[in-house]
Design a protein around this ligand. Structure first.
Ligand SMILES: Nc1ncnc2c1ncn2[C@@H]1O[C@H](COP(=O)(O)OP(=O)(O)OP(=O)(O)O)[C@@H](O)[C@H]1O
Ligand SMILES: Nc1nc2c(ncn2[C@@H]2O[C@H](COP(=O)(O)O)[C@@H](O)[C@H]2O)c(=O)[nH]1
Length: 209
């Protein structure tokens, strides 16, 4: 197990359609020092998605090559496609002087793999207010075929059964309320002593304490 790491690894997981992407975008605006981790995927891009911003879109062959080369910190097959977080993505963010952490929009399998490598990664599970509303959101997004919507909806209960692994649960009913709860998680986690070790030192050195 690695030593306590001041760099915040914030994992958001949920069943498909519960609102991770929406909440992640809001978190990035509020906390610009947190970088969004752009995953690799074999899924085809949606109409509004941009390669390199939303995902690194790759073929299955390219993905398998990256797995062979041990390029991923974690990866998993989700809803029939492969998704993975590259080591390079995290190394790049760590090298940026104004970056204090990362946000991962990944499934529970990936959350487990990251946690196994970095025990103080913070894992948040986003719950939909109801299955009915989850189905409405999945359909309302209108980015997938009915078959894909059904497949994702069927997988939702299995994903929800893994909520016990996570440190925090946030219900995404009213978006602003859910966001306030997430904001609270980030503020609290950033205030942990091991992430603020330099604070007392700096105040002492400046003669303020
Ligand atoms: N609190 C909310 N109230 C109503 N609609 C919402 C809320 N949060 C998100 N949505 C809508 O629900 C749909 C699904 O949200 P989003 O794409 O963020 O989910 P997701 O968890 O990232 O899904 P996936 O895992 O498939 O990527 C979107 O159309 C989004 O605008
Ligand atoms: N284990 C990982 N899961 C990931 C990663 N990137 C995204 N995901 C999860 O996949 C599903 C579907 O995403 P979508 O964009 O196709 O709707 C969702 O649960 C994501 O959180 C990853 O790198 N690793």
């Amino acid at each position: 197990m690695l030593a306590a790491d001041p760099f915040l690894l914030l994992i958001l997981s949920s069943p498909s359609g519960a609102g991770k992407t929406t909440l992640t975008r809001k978190l990035q605006e509020r906390f610009p020092a947190l970088r969004f981790s752009v995953s690799h995927t074999t899924r085809k891009p949606r109409a509004n998605e941009i390669n390199g911003r939303d995902y690194h879109f790759v073929t299955r062959e390219e993905f398998e090559l990256l797995v062979e080369r041990d390029a991923f910190v974690e990866w998993a097959e989700v809803h029939g496609n492969c998704y993975g977080t590259s080591r390079a993505e995290i190394d790049r963010a760590r090298a940026e002087p104004d970056c204090s952490g990362m946000i991962f929009d990944i499934d529970y399998q990936g959350a487990r793999q990251i946690r196994a490598k970095q025990h103080d990664a913070v894992a948040v599970f986003i719950l939909p207010p109801s299955m009915l509303e989850l189905e409405r959101r999945l359909r309302g997004r209108a980015s997938e075929s009915e078959e894909v919507v059904q497949r994702r909806f069927k997988a939702a209960m299995i994903e929800i059964e893994h909520y016990g692994f996570f440190d925090y649960l946030v219900v995404n009913d009213d978006l602003d309320t859910a966001f306030r709860h997430l904001e609270g998680v980030v503020l609290a986690e950033r205030s942990r002593r091991f992430r603020r070790a330099d604070l007392a030192e700096r105040l002492l050195r400046a003669g303020k304490l």
